[in-house]
Ligand binder design. Structure first.
Ligand SMILES: [Zn+2]
Length: 241
């Protein structure tokens, strides 16, 4: 199984979470929120084959961290994985949209120089703006929209732009999330948890909770888990190709 969006460095005991992932043979994308966090977070799992670490600048932090963009540039060749990046249009963050756009556009432009990046992207209340930027920056990489809650029209546009969608346990218990999951084509689905930020029943999610999404999907698709795993494995392979 896999967790394509998880903040390993932010758990109270990262090593315990990592050990659990190893025991369960999970593939994990360990996401960072600032370029400054890269070295420390990468060091946690750099020797482990089924872990990758992504270099990011979270849209909610962009206005405080624009000065870290040169650091981003100096690190960008160290990993194929980029994130968490994106835009956030919710009430508390919309006032900083200009800084968010500056960071996001800068990062997409940088990634265009490589043409092989894989990006995990935050789109909360800003889906159309994110898609506009992806369209303006072709070749920046494979976009994985994490915790996508857009409209059906936005989803169709995202698919045409080559986006994948990582869905987490929290989406399987919200009305909106369930609707979106129904719309996503099977060949574009990946699994995430967004732990420890995301929680269910008051408990922070861990990568192992990605199995909860599998149980949910198998029920929805009325298939067995083996079939589901083979679909997800193929999708992940296509992203990493
Ligand atoms: Zn996140």
């Amino acid at each position: 199984m896999m967790d394509l969006h998880c903040h390993i460095d932010l758990y109270p005991d990262p090593q315990a979470v990592i050990d659990e992932c190893i025991q369960n043979r999970l593939y994990v994308l360990s996401v960072t929120t600032t370029p400054k966090a890269w070295h420390g977070t990468y060091a946690l799992t750099s020797k482990l084959p089924r872990f990758n670490t992504s270099l990011g600048l979270h849209p909610q932090l962009a206005h405080q961290r624009l000065h870290e963009l040169p650091l981003f540039d100096s690190l960008v060749s160290e990993t194929r994985f980029i994130g968490e990046i994106g835009l956030d249009g919710t009430k508390n963050h919309a006032p900083y949209m200009e800084s968010q756009l500056e960071a996001f556009q800068h990062i997409l432009k940088k990634c265009q120089e490589y043409d092989n990046k894989i990006m995990t992207i935050h789109t909360l209340s800003a889906v159309t703006s994110v898609l506009d930027e992806l369209e303006k920056h072709p070749g920046a990489g494979v976009p994985i929209l994490h915790w996508f809650l857009g409209t059906k029209k936005e989803l169709t546009r995202a698919i045409s732009l080559g986006c994948y969608f990582s869905i987490g346990p929290a989406m399987t218990v919200s009305k909106r999330g369930k609707k979106v999951i129904e719309w996503i084509p099977r060949d574009r689905i990946l699994i995430e948890t967004d732990g420890p930020f995301a929680a269910l029943e008051g408990v922070s999610l861990k990568p192992i909770d990605s199995y909860r999404v599998c149980d949910y999907l198998a029920g929805q698709w009325q298939t067995d888990l083996d079939y589901l795993f083979s679909v997800l494995k193929t999708n992940l392979r296509n992203v990493l190709a």
